[in-house]
Design a protein. Sequence first.
Length: 266
Amino acid sequence: MSGFYQRPQRSARAWRVCLALLAGILLQALVAAPAPASELGDSSREEAYRGIYLIAVPPAPGEEFDIPVMGSEKALSVIRSAIDLLYARSPYNAKKLEALKAVGDAVIIYDPGFPEWSRGDVTLAAFLPDFFEPAPGAPGETVFVAMLGRYIIQHSPAEIAAEGIVHELVGHGLQHYNGRLKRMGGLNVECEASLYELQAFQDLGTDKFTGHMVRFRRELEEHNCDDFKRFMRKRKRWLMPLWDELHVDVKQILLIFEEYAAQLPK
C-alpha cells in the first residue's frame, strides 16, 4: 500500500532520519560516491547513486521487529539494483524520474522502523511531501522523498522499482511538483500513481497472471480509477477498450488523465 498522505510524526526516529537526510543532501557538493563507513557509523549508510540520494537508517537501539530486518548496506545494494532495472527496462518512467531530478532532489530512504506495526493493512512505502519544514521566509528547494520500509525491501528488485520508486517517487513526486497531490482526492492520486506503476510492471516483464498482479489490476480499475473511468465513459467512450487490453497503453491513458485532472474542482 501507498502512504503518501501520512505526515511523518516527529518522533526520535523521525528526527534521526531527518538528520541523516540533511547529511545526505550535503553530498551534492561532494563526489557522488559512498562515504566511508567509519564516517557514518557502523550501520547507517548515505550515498548518491545515479543522481538520487540514498539513505539507510539503522534501527533504534533495542528496537524489536515483527520480521527479520535487512541491514543498511544490503538494503542500499537492493535499492541500487532496483534503480538500475528501472533505467534499463522502463525508459518512460526513467525519463519522468530524470524530470524530477532536474527540478529538485530525489531521495530514497530505507528505514526498518517503517511502518509502525499495526493490525490493519501494511504500508510498504510512502511519499513524504512534508518531510522538510521550510524555514520561515525561505521557500527552500523541492525535495522528493520516498520512504521504503522493512517489508518492501524484502521484495524483488522489479517490485521495489515499480511499487517503491515509480509509484511513490515518480507518481506522487510529479503530483507534488504539479501542485495536485493534495488537490486531487485520495483515489485519484492513487489512480494516477498506480498507472505509472502499471507501466513499470509491464516494462519489467512482470507476469500479469500472478495473484498479486491480478489483485493490483483489479484495485487499479475497480477502486482507484473508478471515477476516472466514469469520466472516460462519458467523455471518451470510444477509448474505453484501452482498459480491455492485456498490455495496457498506459501512456495514452495518462494523457486522458491529464484532461480529467484539469476539470476536477480546485
